[in-house]
Write a new protein. Structure first.
Ligand code: FES
Length: 408
């Protein structure tokens, strides 16, 4: 899955849910969104997966059904209203039906984020009966060749069947397509495919570089011109098509002047519980040095959110140094992404190097140049799979990862 799919659009949906009176007392200091990264196991091996490259450490110690249900209850008490059930591939667990039904009883708006592998008529009917509100399906391209290449699986036909199944059960058709060098030239055709599948909403999520996509950055990053052309085609499509399909184009931050307000602010609205129970303010937080994150097996969720040192570390702006500290725009982006700052500069408290005012912005410029270098482009992609994750953990891939300051 993608990091983008949990960005601003979700915050908007959350706010809509509040406006419907579901959580009228919600404030900005509550975890409105709970993302359950329920398993890191996955039948797909996407080159751009944002999951941690050392995920193999967390595949044998997943939370039990009871532990997830307890977590859902505690998070709901804290004010969480949106639940994302994600992975890896959540459908590899056989208790999702139970978890969905409990989420519905608790009053969550629940969203299953899936590759579609493992979704059957029987399971989707059980989800419908249990009160699942929303299914987000990942698609990869209009061609079988690129779908199968980038996921390192043969899933092209299956995804189309799953899309039809989701539609036939009356769910809104929500597609997420991660955009990279291999499919950015197919923007118009991807939009046409989505419309033909009856999509109500499509997110064109330009790759953000974390996890596996960071170590494959030279292989995945398109040029600035390609991104601009893709955005132009998207805008033209929006203007001309007259279709009801909503199109969301996530601008890749390496090509922006200012960084994104990552997770809408550290410990502001998002809480992530990982497969092994770690409680995180963002997907990549475990790369940060000298941080101990709470875990639902040992720590109470309310304490984790409100009082744990990890959740308070980058809340607000008191941690900032120059140039962020006195920047007129600091409230807009809160200095960008702490994980990206650390991964690329080795300093978690510096400005996100995406910002053109950052003293480290040259790192981004170099990354963009490197991605144009045919020799670097030609290095093999390291697909997300257990074998490669073990290699990352053992240091076997150090040659490839040494320019970053932690295992992404
Ligand atoms: Fe942006 Fe961690 S991923 S702060």
């Amino acid at each position: 899955m993608t990091q983008n799919s949990l960005g601003d659009s979700v915050v908007q949906k959350t706010v809509q849910a509040q406006n419907n009176g579901v959580a009228a007392t919600a404030t900005h200091t509550q975890p409105l969104w709970l993302l359950a990264e329920i398993t890191y196991r996955c039948p797909l091996h996407c080159a751009f997966c944002y999951n941690p490259t050392d995920y193999d450490k967390h595949t044998q110690n997943e939370l039990s059904t009871e532990q997830w249900i307890k977590t859902l209850r505690e998070a709901r008490k804290l004010g969480a209203i949106q639940l994302g059930i994600s992975g890896g591939e959540p459908l590899l667990r056989d208790d999702i039906e139970e978890i969905v039904a409990e989420a519905h009883k608790l009053g969550y708006y629940s969203n299953l984020i899936t590759s579609g592998v493992g979704l059957t008529e029987k399971r989707i009917q059980a989800f419908k009966d249990g009160g699942l509100d929303h299914i987000q399906l990942s698609m990869h391209d209009i061609t079988e060749e690129i779908n199968n290449f980038i996921t390192n699986t043969k899933t092209f036909e299956l995804k189309k069947k799953v899309a039809a199944m989701i539609k036939s059960h009356g769910y809104p058709m929500v597609l997420n397509v991660v955009i990279h060098r291999y499919n950015i030239g197919h923007m118009k055709e991807i939009l046409e495919m989505a419309e033909a599948l009856g999509a109500d909403y499509i997110e064109l999520a330009n790759t953000q570089y974390y996890g596996w996509s960071l170590i494959n950055r030279n292989q995945l990053m398109p040029s600035k011109e390609q991104v601009e052309e893709a955005e132009r085609i998207t805008n033209e499509y929006r203007a001309k098509s007259g279709s009801k399909m909503k199109v969301f184009f996530v601008v890749p931050d390496y090509f922006a002047d200012r960084p994104k307000k990552c997770m809408n602010g550290w410990g502001e609205v998002f809480m992530i519980v990982t497969a092994n129970g770690d409680v995180l303010p963002c997907h990549s937080a475990r790369v940060l040095p000298n941080m101990k994150f709470p875990n639902v097996k040992d720590d109470e969720l309310g304490w984790s959110w409100k009082d744990s040192p990890a959740f308070n570390k980058y809340r607000g702006d008191s941690w900032m140094k120059e140039p962020c500290r006195n920047c007129a725009e600091k409230e807009k982006d809160l200095g960008g992404c702490r994980c990206q700052a650390f991964l690329l500069t080795g300093d978690a408290e510096t400005a996100d190097p995406v910002c053109s005012l950052s003293p480290h912005h040259h790192i981004i410029e170099k990354a963009i140049e490197d991605a144009k270098n045919p020799q670097l482009q030609a290095q093999p992609i390291i697909f997300r799979n257990d074998k490669n994750s073990k290699k990352v953990i053992s240091g076997e891939l150090e040659e490839r990862t040494k320019e970053f300051h932690a295992l992404p």
